[in-house]
Design a protein around this ligand. Structure first.
Ligand SMILES: Cc1ncc(COP(=O)(O)O)c(C=O)c1O
Length: 363
């Protein structure tokens, strides 16, 4: 592990692992004169498709843009329903609502914090077009149970915003559904500052996402635009950062796994820790535990100069999605989940510092 921060110095929640390679890649693009729609986009996309074992990947401006385009590409809109977890980052549901379709909230399994497939089964109606399933914090969802919960004509979209590098039974998350949606926000394992991608092995959906991210203009077309669309492109500058990041995916994952295992060792039996199912590989986008005195823990950690954060949102508590519910498991996760610092600059002694504050709160 790297050298630790000294007692009393701040421990950051996240720290993007970028360095000289990324800097050189940006300089190269600046010197090339192709700042957007140049060769780095295609190079990044092909590396992403390889990482997710899909035929295609389309780079876009954020994970939210990826989700929005995935829903649009399926032709989902007014009158349609899309099932989303009640406990997730709001973008999962906003991407649906922005198309005019209705996001139908479904409660999560309080242990995994991922959507509960048996509740997905109960929520399906004749209007259900798709499920957006989240591998929350990088923990792979039980994909087989989800597939069994819905008829084959209900499309399964993965919100793999935090799951690049995670594996379900050996298969890469982001390559399990009809489309996978990735994010490259700085709190993710691979970052481009802001950014995202849609992965798919369906040629038609690939073409639709490419068209929709570029004003509705088809790449081999006659400049006709059939319906109003977006500019959700990702620039060559950002893709250039993503290429060396992605080349280091295994190394970046290993660094996070090492920290997560150090936390697990110290915190097992003290708080509820989130491990992947047997045979799966956690992507460790965030290290999130659950405990009853979460708010006290956040205050105590911050008082010691350690950044800590809630897990994510219970959507039915937000004014945007308040008209559905109740969701007791999402409520419990919202109240109890705690994200601890997780990045490659943390040392063993940093982990000790975090765990000793947490252990004192619980005991
Ligand atoms: C589960 C989930 N979905 C979607 C997003 C949105 O990604 P972005 O911030 O790149 O728009 C996030 C971001 O944190 C997320 O955690």
């Amino acid at each position: 592990m790297v050298q630790g921060t000294e007692a009393g110095t701040r421990i950051r929640l996240a720290w993007p692992d970028v360095g000289p390679e990324e800097l050189a890649a940006v300089a190269e693009v600046l010197e090339s004169g192709f700042l957007t729609m140049g060769p780095k986009v295609a190079e990044f996309e092909s590396a992403l498709a390889h990482a997710c074992s899909t035929e295609h990947a389309v780079a876009v401006s954020s994970g939210t843009a990826a989700l929005h385009l995935a829903v649009l590409a399926l032709g989902i809109g007014e009158g349609d329903e899309v099932i989303v977890p009640a406990y997730t980052f709001p973008a999962t549901a906003s991407a649906v609502a922005l198309t005019g379709a209705r996001p139908v909230l479904v409660d999560v399994d309080p242990r995994t914090m991922n959507v509960d497939p048996s509740r997905v089964y109960d929520a399906v109606t004749p209007a259900t077009r798709a499920v957006i399933a989240v591998h929350l914090f990088g923990r792979p969802l039980d994909w087989e149970a989800l597939q069994a919960a819905v008829a084959p004509d209900v499309e399964l979209i993965e919100d793999a915003a935090g799951a690049l590098g995670a594996r379900w039974r050996g298969m890469p998350c982001g390559g399990l559904g009809v489309m996978g949606c990735l994010s490259f926000h700085p709190r993710k394992v691979v970052t481009t500052g802001e950014g995202g991608a849609v992965t798919t092995s369906d040629d038609g959906l690939d073409a639709a996402v490419r068209r929709l991210r570029h004003h509705g203009i088809a790449s081999q077309g006659d400049f006709e635009i059939e319906s109003p669309s977006t500019n959700y492109r990702l620039s060559d500058l950002q893709c250039a950062i993503g290429i060396p990041q992605l080349a280091r995916l295994d190394e970046l994952l290993a660094a996070r796994r090492r920290i997560a295992e150090a936390y697990n060792e110290r915190l097992r039996g003290t708080v509820e820790i989130a491990e992947a199912d047997e045979g799966d590989e956690h992507g460790w986008q965030a290290y999130v535990v659950q405990l009853d005195r979460r708010d006290d823990a956040v205050a105590a950690l911050r008082a010691e100069g350690i950044e800590a954060q809630i897990g994510t949102y219970a959507l039915h508590r937000l004014r945007a999605y308040h008209d559905q519910g109740p969701f007791p498991a999402a409520d419990a996760c919202f109240r109890r989940a705690l994200a601890l610092p997780l990045h490659s600059r943390l040392s063993d002694s940093d982990v000790d510092r975090v765990c000793s504050v947490l252990t004192q709160i619980v005991s």
